[in-house]
Design a protein around this ligand. Structure first.
Ligand SMILES: Cc1cc2nc3c(=O)[nH]c(=O)nc-3n(C[C@H](O)[C@H](O)[C@H](O)COP(=O)(O)OP(=O)(O)OC[C@H]3O[C@@H](n4cnc5c(N)ncnc54)[C@H](O)[C@@H]3O)c2cc1C
Ligand SMILES: N[C@@H](Cc1c[nH]c2cc(Cl)ccc12)C(=O)O
Length: 523
């Protein structure tokens, strides 16, 4: 066994995963390690992946990048929520916003809402952000100041925490949409400026030693590349982890059948059309369509199950949905590998991004998985003895995040009120992951809380489950019985405060388009 600390990292793949990993590692370890990134000039990146979690802000903060610097370079916009359109029935919508759930006398406001809500919309009654979404507002004023959502920007006690340590302490009010290819380009410059060695070449072979560890990789034009730790960011191909090291892939398809997507990038006049401050997921006959507003274009795509719909039909439906602006735009058809690798770190190879695992992009979790994996890789970085315990701990953290998100996504389909096509009928009879059936029964009488959701960190707080349960509508939810014997006055005061605050903010905040147009003038 080597007595040397592993300090030569080789990353294969130059998509979002590869460049996020390279820049973060260089920032974390500086000259203590060497980082080489090899990407193929021929094999493209997946070309989608534009909506994020709010936690991604910790990634940019870690790299010391300010919104004014990176956002205009990546045509980025703000995301205050996911808007679910037509999931309960056609014409209905609800939001899953970035906003902590207010608590009144020990019960979440949604519980009081079930008991005696002012309107039939849990989201606009309980969350300020849902009202800002309906009104298309920016979460920042034109001078750059952030709305007051109980969040102190730059608060000392919160800086330096990983995402999992952060959860529950506070909720930042927005995430980002950005052009993935532009972010990769931005991070390429960031990384290479700081000493990351960039090679454009194809990996043709992966040579293992007698223990089954990667000894070196063989490239087409640059010969052999040696390293201590190899990071597989080769996307769905899984060239190092799945192919060379033969780590099996656990499919989630029995519970999440969508396995295909067709995507379009549609340039639009945003000044005329405005910019919605949310990702939209619109239910369709055999899946759903995402709409992600960027500065200057929308990213859109139909996620579907090929057992129910052909690629041609999916593309036709998507083009009809978008309208004439998409006529000249070429479609990108994608087959998705849904599930996770049995282990994401084996020996001296760790897979990050699509090579590690993926679930359909309904809650924009792909980049969150990458960010989480990078934080955990730094936390579990090996010493000279390559302790297997570190890898074990890393692997269970990654598996828990992905299995937890799978449960959360299955809830969307179990809960959807739609039953007008075979696809939606079948969502109710399909198997659910172990443990979820019991939890679904519990949520019928007790709203999701920290005691009764998936028990390991997976990025989603209990209030996110409440939103999907109450918004999708097929699973009956009821107020905690004791609220029937309680005075609802305090809850009504809270509902009124949310209404007043929303009204005031809608009157004073700029539209999302106005905000970004002025940010571009400033930067
Ligand atoms: C339909 C769809 C929608 C999505 N939407 C979102 C979203 O809204 N939000 C979100 O967070 N995530 C989303 N994702 C996930 C997101 O796209 C990915 O997590 C992210 O782009 C990371 O991809 P990657 O870097 O792992 O792989 P890729 O982008 O596929 O990159 C693979 C890289 O590996 C290189 N490579 C492959 N083989 C070799 C080889 N032999 N030698 C050298 N190089 C090689 C390629 O050249 C490329 O650079 C979506 C995914 C899909 C499929
Ligand atoms: N930690 C995540 C969790 C989260 C909380 N609210 C939302 C809303 C949406 Cl649309 C996605 C994710 C989340 C985060 O803060 O990003």
């Amino acid at each position: 066994m080597s007595t040397k600390n592993p300090d030569r990292v080789v990353i294969v793949g130059g998509g979002t995963a590869g460049w996020m990993t390279a820049s973060y590692l260089k920032k974390a370890f500086g000259d203590k390690i060497s980082v080489t990134l090899v990407e193929s000039g021929k094999i493209g990146t997946i070309g989608v992946g534009e909506a994020t979690f709010s936690d991604i802000r910790h990634f940019f903060e870690f790299l010391d990048l300010k919104e004014e610097e990176w956002m205009p370079a990546c045509n980025a916009t703000y995301k205050l929520a996911v808007r679910f359109q037509d999931w309960r029935r056609k014409g209905h919508h609800f939001y899953h916003p970035f906003e902590q759930m207010p608590t009144v006398n020990g019960f979440p406001l949604t519980d009081w809402w079930l008991q005696d809500g002012p309107t039939d919309r849990f989201d606009t009654d309980c969350f300020v952000m849902a009202n800002l979404c309906d009104a298309g507002r920016s979460p920042r004023f034109l001078d750059g100041s952030l709305i007051d959502q109980g969040f102190a920007e730059g608060a000392k006690e919160l800086s330096g925490l990983t995402m999992s340590e952060h959860q529950g302490k506070t909720q930042f009010p927005y995430a980002y949409h950005f052009e993935a290819a532009l972010l990769a380009k931005y991070l390429t410059k960031y990384s290479t400026d700081r000493g990351v060695h960039h090679i454009i070449d194809e990996v043709q072979d992966v040579r293992l030693d007698e223990r089954g560890w990667i000894d070196h990789i063989v490239t087409k034009d640059h010969g052999s590349l040696e390293g201590d730790l190899f990071v597989d960011c080769t996307g769905f191909r899984g060239v190092l982890l799945n192919k060379a090291l033969e780590v099996p892939f656990i499919s989630y398809q029995d519970t999440l059948p969508n396995d295909s997507a067709v995507a379009l990038q549609v340039p639009l006049d945003m000044e005329k059309r405005g910019i919605n401050p949310y990702t939209q997921a619109t239910a369709q006959d055999a899946g759903w369509i995402w709409t992600i507003p960027l500065f200057g274009r929308i990213g859109t795509g139909y996620v579907y199950a090929k057992d129910y719909l052909s690629p041609e039909e999916a593309e036709r439906t998507l083009r009809e949905f978008v309208g004439p602006e998409a006529a000249e735009v070429e479609a990108n058809h994608i087959r998705m590998r849904i599930g996770r690798s049995e282990q994401s770190w084996k020996n001296n190879c760790v897979a990050i991004g699509l090579a590690s695992g993926f679930v359909e992009p309904l809650e924009s979790t792909g980049i969150f998985f990458i960010h989480h994996a990078i934080e955990q890789m730094v936390k579990h970085f090996p010493a000279a003895d390559w302790s297997p315990e570190l890898r074990k701990s890393y692997n269970s953290s990654i598996a828990n995040v992905m299995d937890g998100v799978r449960e959360f996504l299955v809830l969307h389909y179990q809960g959807a009120g739609r039953d007008d096509t075979q696809y939606w009928k079948d969502t109710k009879t399909r198997a659910v992951p172990d443990g979820l059936a019991e939890r679904l029964e519990r949520w019928k009488v007790q709203l999701p809380d920290s005691e009764n959701v998936f028990p390991y960190y997976h990025g989603l707080p209990p209030y996110s489950y409440m939103c999907i349960l109450l918004g999708t509508g097929a699973i009956p939810a009821r107020a905690t019985p004791s609220l029937g014997m309680s005075d609802t006055a305090a809850a009504h005061k809270e509902f009124a405060a949310i209404r007043d605050k929303s009204r005031h903010l809608i009157e004073t905040l700029p539209s999302t388009y106005e905000y970004f147009a002025s940010m571009r003038e400033r930067s």
